[in-house]
Structure formats: structure tokens, C-alpha cells
Design a binder for this molecule. Structure first.
Ligand code: SF4
Ligand code: SF4
Length: 357
């Protein structure tokens, strides 16, 4: 058999084997749908961030017995919140204290929680350890030790906007518009984290709060609803969107965000991580293209940057990527079942065809 015939034969066999694997795939694999679930979670969190200031306003009006003094639009807020909360509480002035705040620091059903970055910022700016505050970061820290940088993929309210902005970038790119594709050293954000903590010591201010998108978003939504305007944080956040679009794809999260840096460090030895089964992988590169954090699921070694967002799992046509419980990444196992040889044969076949034409 000539080489080109052999290549065609192997290609056919490989396609057949992929088809077989596809047809033998179970109909429902939960991990394939986690990315959709993630979008639902992110949307719910964003909706909550919008709802909470309204609830807080309602609680304030109630506590002040000020309904008659309210103007028409505030009366509308009052009535809507009254209708929304009446099935759940007879005493909103007290009960609404059980759910308030933002993802920076807040109370959820009576449980106080803070972003670990808020705690680090507080310790650096006051040079004291306030244990009740430190304990509020216990759950996020514990979850990061198990799930790694999951906050970035599953909780951060900025993620929803950054991912949409990334998709906008992809559409613009397809339409021929030049977008930013620069890559920087991923370690840059650890310097931002260290510098932010160092600057907080002499200034006594939690400087992270000024450049940390989740803190900014929570604060700006509150300003917009309660005070009817935006602060400087909104401008900063818009600049980060511009940076992502014009300089580096998803650049702020990859290279600058101090919270992303802290979560990456906490997730260095995470328990739950994604592993590729090289014998099933067909080197299609879809996982690499889906990863907004610029990681390389095809080369296995994800490192601490992976946020377990599962976008790569969702696009894998052979269900090759799965979760594993291990404190270490799987080392690079080489290419997939046909790997580079298969690719080379494909290429040679194409070149052969071109020549024949
Ligand atoms: S890197 Fe920062 S802004 Fe980006 S997703 Fe993580 S916490 Fe949010
Ligand atoms: S490697 Fe996969 S799970 Fe990790 S960040 Fe990239 S797309 Fe998300």
C-alpha cells in the first residue's frame, strides 16, 4: 500500500473509531453540563447583587417609618420589595439582616462571609489580626483548598461580564477587527498582590478594594441603585474591559487581579483538578480554544491558574477530560491516541491533494 493510501486508510479508521467512541458515549454525563450550571450560578449571583441594595433600601424605609415621605419611584421600590419579601418574613426590618452585603463581604442566611482578599487587606492595613473577621473567610479558603481558583470561574460577579467581553472579542476578531492578543508573565498578578499588601501598611487603606473587580462591581451596583450614580470604580472597571479587548485577552484576570492571584495560591495544592485521558483524546484542540485563561488542557499540566470552570470539559467531543482527586496535576502524557503522527499524515495528505490539483 502506498503511503497516501495508508494515510487515508488510517484516517478513515481513526474517524470510525472516533464515531464509535461518540456513539458509545453515555447520553448524560453530568460534567459536560457543569459549564451551563456555572452560567446559571453566575447569573443568580449577579441578580442577587442587584436585588440586595433594593432590599436594603426597603429595610431602611421601613425602619424609619418613612413611607409617606417617599417620592413615587421610592414608593414603587417599597411596594415591590414588600410583595417580594412578604411570603418569607413578617419582620423584614430584622430578618433582612440575614442577607446583605456583596461578594466582598456579606451575610448569607445569617452566615457572615468575606473574600479572603478583604481579610488580607484588613490585616495589612491595620497590622492586627481581627479573628472574627478572619473566620469569615474560612469557608472561601476551605473551598479554594479543595476546588482551587473556583471563585474566579463560579462566583466572581466580574466573570459574567469578562466572559461576555471575551466573546465580543472573538466576534470582532472573526469580523476582521484587530483585538489585543498580547501575553505577559502570569506571575505579574502575584506582584500586584504583594504590592497592594505592602502599600496598605503605611497608608492604612485597603487598596485592593480600589482595583479588585468583584469589590468594585458590588459597590458600584449599590451606588447606582441607592444613590443614583456611579463612582470612580466604574471607570476603572471599564478600563479593565478595554484592556481585555485591546491589549490581552482576559488579561486583567490572567495578569493583574490580586484576588485571582490569592485564589491561585490557595488552590496550588487543590484536591479537585481536571485530568485528560490521553488514550481517548484526539488532539482536536477544542479544549485549548475554549480556555479563556489561556491554559493548555491538551498538555495536561494545568497548574494553579485553572479555575475549574469546566469550559474545556463542555467542548470535548470525546469526554476525555474529567475530574480527579489529586494534589498534583497529571504530567504531560504526550499527544492523544493518534497524536502528531495523525496530524502529520493529514497534512501530507492535504499537500498531496493540493499538488494533484
Ligand atoms: S481574576 Fe479577579 S476579576 Fe477575574 S475572575 Fe478572578 S477574582 Fe474575578
Ligand atoms: S483548563 Fe479548563 S477548567 Fe481550567 S480554566 Fe481552562 S477551560 Fe477552565
Amino acid at each position: 500500500m502506498s503511503y497516501s493510501k495508508q494515510a487515508t486508510y488510517k484516517r478513515l479508521m481513526s474517524l470510525l473509531s472516533i464515531e464509535n467512541r461518540k456513539s458509545s458515549r453515555p447520553r448524560f454525563v453530568l460534567r459536560r453540563h457543569l459549564n451551563k450550571l456555572r452560567w446559571v450560578v453566575l447569573s443568580v449571583i449577579f441578580a442577587l447583587l442587584i436585588l440586595l441594595p433594593f432590599l436594603h433600601l426597603y429595610q431602611t424605609y421601613l425602619a424609619a417609618y418613612g413611607y409617606d415621605l417617599l417620592d413615587a419611584d421610592k414608593k414603587f421600590i417599597f411596594q415591590t420589595m414588600e410583595e417580594l419579601t412578604s411570603p418569607f418574613t413578617d419582620n423584614p426590618v430584622e430578618d433582612l439582616d440575614n442577607i446583605k452585603g456583596t461578594t466582598w463581604t456579606g451575610t448569607l442566611f445569617g452566615l457572615k462571609m468575606s473574600d479572603p482578599l478583604a481579610v488580607v487587606g484588613h490585616i495589612a492595613s491595620t497590622l492586627t489580626i481581627h479573628w472574627p473577621l478572619v473566620l469569615t473567610a474560612f469557608i472561601p479558603v476551605l473551598l479554594s483548598l479543595v476546588f482551587g481558583r473556583f471563585y474566579c470561574g463560579w462566583i466572581c460577579p466580574a466573570t459574567l461580564i469578562y466572559e461576555l467581553n471575551y466573546k465580543l472579542g472573538s466576534w470582532l476578531h472573526k469580523a476582521g477587527v484587530k483585538i489585543g492578543q498580547r501575553r505577559f508573565d502570569l506571575r505579574l498578578k502575584y506582584w500586584v498582590l504583594a504590592s497592594g499588601a505592602l502599600i496598605s501598611i503605611p497608608t492604612g487603606a485597603v487598596v485592593f478594594a480600589n482595583i479588585y473587580p468583584p469589590a468594585i462591581i458590588g459597590r458600584e451596583i449599590y451606588y447606582a441603585i441607592a444613590l443614583g450614580g456611579f463612582g470612580a470604580g466604574a471607570v476603572f472597571f471599564l478600563l479593565t474591559l478595554g484592556f481585555d479587548l485591546l491589549v490581552a485577552r482576559r488579561g486583567f484576570c490572567r495578569y493583574v487581579c490580586p484576588g485571582g492571584a490569592l485564589y491561585s495560591l490557595l488552590g496550588r495544592y487543590r484536591l479537585l483538578r481536571i485530568k485528560r485521558n490521553a488514550t481517548q483524546c484526539d488532539d482536536c484542540h477544542k479544549c485549548n480554544s475554549a480556555c479563556q485563561f489561556g491554559l493548555d488542557p491538551m498538555r495536561d499540566d494545568f497548574g494553579q491558574e485553572c479555575n475549574n470552570c469546566t469550559a474545556c470539559i463542555a467542548v470535548c467531543p470525546t469526554d476525555t477530560l474529567e475530574f480527579t482527586a489529586s494534589f498534583k496535576d497529571v504530567e504531560f502524557q504526550g499527544p492523544g491516541h493518534l497524536g502528531h503522527r495523525y496530524k502529520k499524515m493529514q497534512q501530507q495528505q492535504l499537500t498531496g491533494k493540493e499538488r494533484a490539483e
